[in-house]
Write a protein that binds this ligand. Structure first.
Ligand code: ATP
Ligand code: MG
Length: 360
């Protein structure tokens, strides 16, 4: 049997994605999607719809997951992701990911997976108690396979994902050490040069790794009712921003520019000089009211979302077009992941026969 040799990607590879548990919001945009839009021209980008992982909390509602999977593609297109420059694909259409998940699960101590702080948080925030499925912690292992199946070097994500990327880095190192003869003294950056299959990827967390929700407290999140969505119009945005609690009473009271309202000012008012002016006047209590700032923030968000809403509208009722984009993305994703799987199976003594995958 001919030895599988890795094809050399001409551009550095990026993998990231979203769980179809609802529509995308501003947190996704500033935390990850905006970075993807920047990277798509210069990097080989793969964006994953983690529909299997959505079953961790909604196994009884598969039709909702299916609907949200398509809706998120609309949000991607709205936010500026260009399917001509990148690949958007569905996790469950990539069998190599499931197979690598099984293999990687063998390399990770069970207790190590359960120590992941993001999993612990989710158990609490989503009220999973003691009743979560076996598949729930397995999704963290699955996420290592999502990334490593692409041999991605960089993963643009929000802060909450860093523990998952750390787990992924551990799997990459361990696999390379156990099956590819890479020394446990090797630097992360040397793994591939030393014969490892998997680059040790890094989390690409941008300047806003965690956008606070309109409750002013928690991370903006689909599941917490504190999110501003791409489809929200100015009136809705005004109402949501208007509800942000700051505790400040008067226009002349010195304000705290580390509050949630100012997180929004810095995140969404594009004019730097104006941001600095608002910060200065707010801190000094220089005759500037929270209400005024909220209106300005709402308008800035609306200006950002208006072209997105317009782009999104073009894909309304166009499931045929969305499916076409996904089919092309899945085909490209499988080409890469089948090659990775083949390399990994060979290294681990699991490669007996070769196969070809194609969609009908
Ligand atoms: P869920 O409640 O279903 O976990 P979520 O809102 O956390 O949903 P995910 O699909 O888990 O969304 O996350 C997709 C990407 O968006 C990840 O990279 C995540 O870090 C990022 N992200 C999500 N919410 C925020 C936020 N409020 N600020 C910054 N980044 C975020
Ligand atoms: Mg999440």
């Amino acid at each position: 049997m001919p030895k599988t040799t890795a094809s050399t990607a001409t551009r550095p590879r990026v993998l990231t994605g979203d769980t179809p548990t609802g529509q995308l919001h501003l947190g996704h945009y500033v935390g990850s999607v905006r970075r993807r839009v920047e990277l798509q021209a210069s990097h080989e980008c793969f964006f994953l719809l983690a529909n299997m992982h959505a079953f961790t909390t909604r196994a009884d509602r598969p039709q909702e997951i299916r609907r949200d999977t398509l809706e998120i593609v609309r949000d991607y297109l709205a936010m500026g992701i260009d399917p001509e420059q990148c690949s958007i694909f569905i996790q469950t259409e990539i069998p190599a990911i499931a197979e690598l998940t099984y293999l990687f699960a063998m390399l990770l101590p069970f207790n190590r997976v359960m120590r992941n702080p993001t999993l612990k948080d989710e158990i609490q925030v989503k009220g999973l108690g003691e009743t979560y499925s076996f598949g729930f912690p397995l999704y963290a292992v699955g996420q290592t396979a999502d990334i490593l199946a692409f041999r991605a070097t960089s993963v643009p994500v929000g802060e909450d994902q860093v523990p998952h990327i750390e787990l992924t880095r551990e799997v990459a190192r361990r696999f390379n050490q156990v099956y590819c003869g890479v020394s446990d003294q090797a630097e992360d950056a040397e793994h591939v040069a030393l014969g490892g299959i998997f680059p040790v990827p890094h989390a690409d967390v941008g300047p806003i790794g965690r956008l606070v929700g309109t409750d002013g407290k928690n991370k903006m999140s689909k599941s917490l009712g504190n999110a501003i969505f791409v489809t929200d119009d100015l009136k809705t945005i005004r109402k949501k921003i208007g509800g942000l609690f700051t505790g400040r009473q008067t226009m002349t009271e010195p304000g705290d520019i580390s509050n949630a309202l100012f997180d929004y000012v810095r995140a969404f008012i594009p004019d730097r000089a104006r941001v600095e002016e608002l910060e200065r006047r707010y801190a000094a209590g220089d005759n500037i009211g929270d209400g005024h700032i909220k209106v300005e923030v709402a308008e800035a968000i609306d200006a950002l979302l208006a072209p997105m809403r317009e782009r999104r509208a073009r894909y309304e009722g166009r499931d045929d077009r969305i499916l076409e984009i996904l089919r092309a993305g899945c085909t490209r994703a499988n080409a890469v992941c089948e090659e990775t799987l083949s390399l990994a199976k060979e290294a681990a003594g699991l490669r007996f026969f070769d196969r070809e995958l194609r969609y009908r």
